[in-house]
Ligand binder design. Structure first.
Ligand code: ARG
Length: 481
């Protein structure tokens, strides 16, 4: 730290007539005589991550410049120069030839300085009636809106994958669990469609967040609005926002749109994590309900027999960092007085990281859903174990013998105990053994003890019967087509 003005990133092409660092010349030159300490720059700089916002930043600047010209605040020539200069810069960034400088702190200043290099004075008029505070709020809303649009496509794709497999397995029986104990037989298709319902609500939450965030903060300026005759409705419309935000302080100071997005993403990730956990259980050799192919498993470097569901495990694990992003940003925001504070610069990395993670998890989950191969024989075998049709037995006692359900539950419990003692399943007991518990039982009872009969009887709205599942899967496939 010998020379505090040392610009390590070295933007050689910049002319610096006043001999003060370019960042200060451009942003707050008049007030400052000396440059920042290296540590000051290190803690302040955001270009390392907010460069990701370049396209949004350029879009915002174009809309702003066009509006300034339309309102007679800058000349049409200046606006045209700004517009074509920004096109050149977009091209440079896309081509990878743009050199981002730490000394220029963030994406806004990096682009503005480069624009000034290219077009001169017109660029220095672009910041009229705007601040980086409303600029970054606008860029970030545009980014989150784009992220939501991309995620919605991925969620839909995953829903389609689930619904397709559900249609295929509408009649495949599997054990249904509560407390991870065998409870009642269900159909595999029904189980898969449960995730379609969850994902549909996830999509709804993302759409709700999008609708609420789609207001434009541009023109709020630093915090108070501006004395220039700007047209905020025009910039809002140009950027695809529904309307401008109504309060300039709120515009630059809240990040609730990012938090709402992260909340929706965290809930979505939680759903994916639960499915990942199920994949892991189903693949494990004691269960053996499904297999993943070579494409979605990894091997072990020491145990040749292993086939590990790493994609599912990492989906489960990435949920931790996504939830962490939400909690982190909530914690950043909770103590901030109005209006903007630099704390808010810490909003971006958690959102970028969570977005990359959820996108990967959605793709991996869709891949696994399409890849997995159900062992239907093993599913049927486990579906019938653990006295899984005991409820069907109790229901028969209620339906045929007109027993109150509580009594039927008690009688069935005694029959289960008898079967357990004899190491048999329910259908393995003789009629005489059944009758030793309840003399009015007839041979007809045995018809309800199979897993097929059990699932076929669950025709109540939303129940697991194959007919219900086939219809629901088709409904989703039509809707998602
Ligand atoms: N890099 C800053 C951020 O991400 C831009 C806004 C800076 N505003 C300011 N008043 N220093 O929040």
């Amino acid at each position: 730290m010998t020379d505090r003005r040392d610009n390590k990133s070295g933007r050689d092409g910049l002319t610096d007539k006043s001999n003060s660092p370019i960042s200060q010349q451009l942003q707050w030159g008049g007030r400052f005589g000396a440059g920042p300490d290296a540590v000051m720059q290190a803690i302040n700089v955001s270009i390392g991550f907010d460069a990701k916002l370049w396209a949004e930043d350029i879009a915002g600047s174009r809309a702003h410049a066009a509006m300034l010209a339309a309102q007679g605040i800058i000349s049409a020539d200046d606006a045209a120069a700004i517009n074509s200069g920004l096109s050149v810069i977009a091209g440079e960034i896309e081509a990878g030839s743009f050199s981002f400088a730490d000394a220029l702190e963030d994406i806004h200043t990096n682009i503005e300085v480069r624009l000034t290099e290219r077009i001169g004075e017109a660029a220095r008029r672009l910041h009229t009636a705007r601040s980086r505070n409303d600029q970054v709020a606008t860029d970030f809303r545009l980014y989150v809106r784009g992220a939501i649009d991309n995620l919605l496509l991925q969620v839909q794709d995953l829903m389609r994958a689930f619904a397709t497999r559900a249609a295929e397995h509408a009649g495949t029986v599997m054990p249904g669990f509560t407390h991870l104990q065998t409870a009642q037989p269900v159909t595999f298709g029904h189980h898969l469609l449960a995730y379609v319902e969850m994902l549909n609500r996830d999509a709804g939450r993302l759409r709700d967040a999008r609708a609420r965030l789609n207001e434009c903060p541009l023109g709020a300026a630093a915090l108070a609005g501006t004395s220039f005759p700007i047209d905020r409705h025009a910039t809002a419309a140009a950027l695809g926002f529904d309307r401008p935000t109504a309060n300039s302080l709120d515009s630059v100071s809240d990040r609730d749109f990012a938090l709402e997005y992260l909340s929706a993403v965290s809930i979505l990730a939680m759903h994916l994590s639960r499915f990942a956990e199920e994949i892991i259980i189903w693949c494990s050799s004691p269960y053996g309900l499904i297999k993943l192919s070579d494409a979605f498993t990894t091997g072990s470097s020491i145990m040749p027999q292993k086939r590990n569901p790493d994609a599912a495990e990492l989906t489960r694990a990435k949920t931790g960092r996504i939830t962490g992003a939400l909690v982190g940003l909530l914690t950043v925001m909770k103590g901030l007085p109005m209006a903007y504070a630099k704390d808010m610069q810490e909003d971006k990395e958690p959102v970028f990281d969570a977005t990359a993670a959820i996108s990967l998890c959605l793709a991996a989950t869709a891949g696994m859903v399409r890849d997995m191969d159900a062992d239907t024989a093993r599913m049927a075998e486990l579906a019938g174990s653990g006295f899984s049709t005991a409820t069907d037995l109790a229901d028969w006692l209620v339906r045929v013998l007109k027993m109150p359900f509580r009594d039927a539950h008690h009688v069935t419990g005694q029959i289960v105990r008898l079967a357990e003692a004899k190491k048999l399943d329910l259908a393995g007991l003789t009629l005489a053994e059944m009758q030793s518990v309840e003399p009015r039982i007839t041979a007809e009872l045995f018809n309800v003890l199979t897993v097929e009969a059990s699932v076929a009887s669950r025709v109540s709205y939303g129940g697991t019967a194959p007919g219900n599942v086939a219809r629901a899967a088709q409904k989703w496939l039509d809707q998602l087509a």
